[in-house]
Design a protein. Structure first.
Length: 63
């Protein structure tokens, strides 16, 4: 399953990890995805949503 938000399509981003000794290695920044029950087109569906979309109110959670 893809690590991608179903609302804003935010996905993993690549970067570099630096140690104190300046050793460099690649790393991935993963989005903080949560599985929520949301109202989609008048029905309830389970979707994977990043916490930024949840906080900003782009998703209305089902009761």
């Amino acid at each position: 399953m893809a690590k991608r938000c179903d609302i804003c399509h935010r996905g993993p981003v690549v970067g570099r990890q630096h140690s104190h000794a300046n050793n460099v290695s690649p790393r991935r920044f993963e989005p903080n995805l949560q599985r929520v029950r949301a109202m989609i087109d008048g029905g309830v569906r389970r979707i994977r949503v990043c916490t930024r979309c949840l906080r900003s109110g782009k998703v209305s959670k089902a009761a």
